[in-house]
Design a protein around this ligand. Structure first.
Ligand code: ADP
Length: 307
């Protein structure tokens, strides 16, 4: 379990994390979502004692990371897969980490096997592809068999096969009862990987909810309406406050009105309906709605504020 309480971190005049509080529970994948520059990496670095917060605290199973006697045995993290000595062979990179944390050498062989790098263990890590580098980073995170795991944007830049592999291993680690915290700016990926979501924007908490709750809470729900009489129904829908869009397949996509209301409006005007189907927002739409105000980069302005 990770407990973040009133975490605040500034870089000069930039407030990267602003009084952020949330919990990450064991046995499920918690996705950490936010637009670029939202403060995800800063939060994770603070969790790992790599950044000193200006306020608040992070506890991992009740203790600060810096107070953990053998950190790799408690928390495994992949923040930057390239943060290693490229001239070192994969096996020795892991062995070095293991020895400095009192972890037996045989564990190196085990984690290489888990991530599928046994065959290239004696190759220099500097020559690894992005996907192999991510696998090596995950092997390092797993070395101490920790109960808590953190991955910062683990699928960034990977091909579909690599993405699928990471998704599978992340889900398996949570199914083993571990606390798994994964950041991403890719909603579609999180919809497939996470059970629970922490959404932040401009360093502040925007949502702490399950994937289903987030989608259900979105106002971007709409209703698919199919009728041979669209010219009759259309003005009534608009007059009732609906927004109506013609779809390429001939149906109408109505937002701002619930399906029962549309059904009643159709009945009042004796309009025949062939279909009336409520359509949930995608996680992508729900996320866009939540973070619209807080995105550092707005399409169309051409100006990136911050990183
Ligand atoms: P995310 O991981 O969500 O993309 P970050 O935590 O990297 O966001 O960044 C949050 C904010 O803090 C951004 O505005 C970024 O420019 C700023 N920031 C991050 N690291 C530093 C740093 N070392 N020095 C100055 N500003 C930083």
């Amino acid at each position: 379990m990770i407990e973040v309480r009133n975490l605040t971190k500034r870089y000069g005049s930039t407030l990267a994390v602003d009084n952020l509080s949330f919990d990450v529970h064991p046995g499920r994948v918690t996705g950490f979502l936010g637009p670029n520059g939202a403060g995800k990496t800063t939060t994770m670095r603070s969790m790992l004692g790599l950044d000193r917060p200006d306020g608040g605290s992070v506890k991992v199973d009740g203790r600060s990371y810096v107070d953990l006697p053998a950190p790799l045995r408690e928390v495994g993290a992949l923040l930057d897969a390239k943060a290693l000595h490229g001239g070192r062979r994969a096996y020795f990179h892991l062995l070095c980490l293991a020895q400095s944390n009192g972890i037996p050498a045989r564990r190196v062989d085990e984690v290489l096997e888990v991530v599928g790098l046994t065959g290239v263990a004696k190759r220099r890590a500097g020559g690894f592809s992005l996907g192999m580098g991510q696998r090596l980073g995950i092997a390092a995170a797993l070395l101490g068999d920790p109960k808590v795991l953190m991955f910062d944007e683990p699928v960034n830049g990977l091909d579909p096969e690599g993405i699928r592999w990471i998704r599978t291993i992340i889900r398996a680690l949570a199914a083993q009862g571990r606390t798994v915290f994964v950041s991403s700016h890719l909603m579609s990926e999180m919809a497939l990987t996470a059970d629970h979501l922490i959404v932040i924007g401009k360093g502040r908490l925007i949502a702490d909810a399950s994937v289903e709750e987030l989608i259900k809470g979105s106002s971007r729900r709409s209703v698919i309406v199919r009728t041979p009489d669209s010219s009759k129904l259309w003005p009534r829908l608009v007059a009732a406050g609906g927004e109506v869009e013609h779809q390429p397949d001939g149906s109408l996509l109505v937002s701002g009105l619930e399906a029962p209301t549309i059904g009643e409006l159709a009945a009042q005007s004796a309009t025949v309906l062939h279909e009336l189907t409520p359509k949930e927002a995608s996680l992508e739409e729900a996320f866009m709605e939540l973070t619209e105000e807080s995105a550092e980069f707005h399409a169309g302005t051409g100006v990136a504020v911050g990183a």
